[in-house]
Design a binder for this molecule. Structure first.
Ligand SMILES: *Cc1c(COP(=O)(O)O)cnc(C)c1O
Length: 234
């Protein structure tokens, strides 16, 4: 019940902000981040109209996805991807992989997809805050990475993903704005296998700021499910 109420609150705040921004015609994806959450909690969110959810660990997704009964539109992968987990991840048919952050991992994905004649939508993760602990290509080299990765014909680059500054929502505003500029710049390049549709940024503490700056895919965990407890397993 708390989950329903939280989703309602978030949707209302998104709608109000979009109206204020004059963006109410746009489709915004509210991605429920379900890492560490139980299958029951995921089911509750799906039953309350969430249709996209994201996990950050392949093992955890492998364990939980087969148990989910409620239909959904998209499972998203948002965590750091290791090459030895690629086949397992692809077996889960991800709607979008948000976290492609190297030419190496893109090439490994391309080879695995080629073997099964499949295509995959991806986002390029950009480390906009340049924090060493975060994954992502550097902001200054992002266009170069997009150009290189766009050579892999089984991959379609559908946009960019970034993580703002932890615990400092307003400090992320200029970074989110830079991401929007980069997004628009890449869009104009009109590269093959690149179709800039998604700007994935904004989490529980900064999603309204991300929305202000042009995000259209918000990744929200704790504001929906409550604080995560990493000790427990579902
Ligand atoms: C955990 C996580 C989120 C959601 O974080 P909250 O602060 O709980 O909303 C979003 N994006 C990524 C990549 C994450 O790992």
């Amino acid at each position: 019940m708390r989950i329903n109420k939280n989703i309602d609150t978030i949707r209302t705040s998104i709608d109000n902000r979009l109206a204020k921004l004059g963006r109410q015609e746009e489709e915004i994806i509210l991605l429920a981040v379900t890492k560490t959450q139980t299958v029951d909690a995921i089911e509750a969110a799906l039953k309350f109209g969430i249709s996209h959810f994201g996990e950050n660990k392949v093992q955890e997704a492998m364990r939980k996805l087969p148990l989910i009964q409620t239909p959904y539109e998209g499972f998203h992968f948002i965590g750091h991807l290791q090459s030895n987990k690629i086949n397992q991840l692809l077996s889960l048919k991800p709607y979008l992989i948000h976290s492609v952050d190297s030419v190496y991992i893109a090439q490994k994905l391309h080879l695995a997809l080629g073997r099964t004649n499949r295509f995959q939508d991806i986002l390029i993760q950009v480390n906009i805050s340049e924090e060493a602990t975060k994954s992502g290509v550097s902001f200054s080299n992002a266009i170069q990475y997009v150009e290189e990765i766009s050579r892999y014909s089984t991959l379609c680059i559908r946009g960019l993903m970034t993580i703002g500054k932890v615990g400092k929502p307003e400090a992320s505003r200029p970074l989110f704005a830079q991401m929007k500029t980069l997004f628009d710049t890449i869009k104009k390049l009109d590269l093959p296998n690149v179709q800039m549709d998604y700007l994935s940024m904004g989490m529980s503490h900064d999603y309204l700021i991300a929305l202000d700056e042009g995000a259209n895919l918000l990744r929200i965990g704790s504001a929906i499910f409550g604080q995560r407890s990493y000790g427990e397993r579902s």
